[in-house]
Design a binder for this molecule. Structure first.
Ligand code: 4HQ
Length: 259
């Protein structure tokens, strides 16, 4: 996978390329990272990249000429790449989008600043528009890093010793189960016994139940849109039954009180 980032702040990406799994993926040539400074494609002596909006108003707009020059240079570096604009108006990024983008040969990520880019750029030179969420950033750079990070870990071989991508949150539609490491008792709280038992099947069952309950309590919206296996359905039924028993015994208590 080839990532080409277009930005007026390329230095923001230096520490990003230099750490952790992204760094290792670059070293192992699983991904290729480069940045192009949009300012280098400005046509004037002062290398201006922004200008005042037609129609008036506050704020500045990214000029089209430096951006189109940068996008065309990026496309020459990687002709098969998909060109993505980071923008609050894009489709909202999620795990499915990360998986889809991981299938491309390259991604050109266009980072806007100010009020955004001239409409004729988004209209003619952009293949896809992505938002990382419904909030306003000061620029597309952090959004591009989020996309690059999530896409990179979907590329086979990038996670190494770490948990495989197929096993983690969202790939099965559930949040992850609880995790524990040493010590066995921390500030009076013990690790669940079953995890020390060495009984692998029981541990897998416990982890699925943990994942189901965490999803139910923290993100019930995820459970609603998920297709459930027999085992998953049985876990929900068991807990639903337990809750009903608690409610029934409460009502029984109140009836006795009235008699
Ligand atoms: N931006 N997801 C760049 C965002 C954003 C988002 C605001 C993008 C400012 C110039 N990008 N413009 N949310 O808030 O991707």
């Amino acid at each position: 996978m080839k990532f080409v980032v277009l930005t007026i702040f390329p230095e923001m990406f230096d520490p990003f390329w230099d750490h952790g799994i992204i760094r290792r993926a670059i070293d192992q040539k699983k991904i290729f990272a480069s940045t192009l400074n949009i300012r280098d494609f400005a046509e004037d002596n002062h290398q201006v990249t922004d200008d005042r909006p037609y129609g008036g108003g506050s704020g500045m707009v990214m000029k089209p000429e430096p951006l189109s020059g940068a996008i065309r240079a990026a496309n020459r570096k990687c002709p098969a790449a998909k060109t993505i604009l980071l923008s609050p108006q894009g489709r909202v990024f999620d795990q499915a989008a990360a998986n889809e983008l991981a299938g491309f040969e390259g991604l050109v990520l266009v980072c806007g600043r100010y009020e955004g880019v001239d409409e004729r750029i988004s209209h003619n030179l952009i293949d896809d528009e992505i938002s990382i969420g419904d909030y306003v950033l000061t620029g597309g750079e952090l959004a591009a890093m989020v996309v690059i990070d999530a896409v990179t870990r979907q590329i086979p071989g990038t996670l190494g010793g770490e948990d495989a991508a197929e096993k983690d949150s969202f790939s099965n539609g559930l949040l992850e189960h609880a995790h524990y490491t040493r010590p066995q008792v921390f500030e009076g709280n013990a690790v669940p016994e079953i995890l020390l038992s060495g009984h692998h099947e029981a541990i897998e069952n416990w982890r699925l139940e943990s994942a189901m309950l965490r999803t139910l309590l923290k993100r019930p919206d995820l459970l609603k849109s998920k297709s459930l296996s027999k085992q998953e359905l049985d876990i929900l039924k068991k807990w639903s039954q337990r809750i009903e028993e608690i409610i029934e015994s409460y009502h029984r208590g109140h009836r006795e009180h009235r008699e």
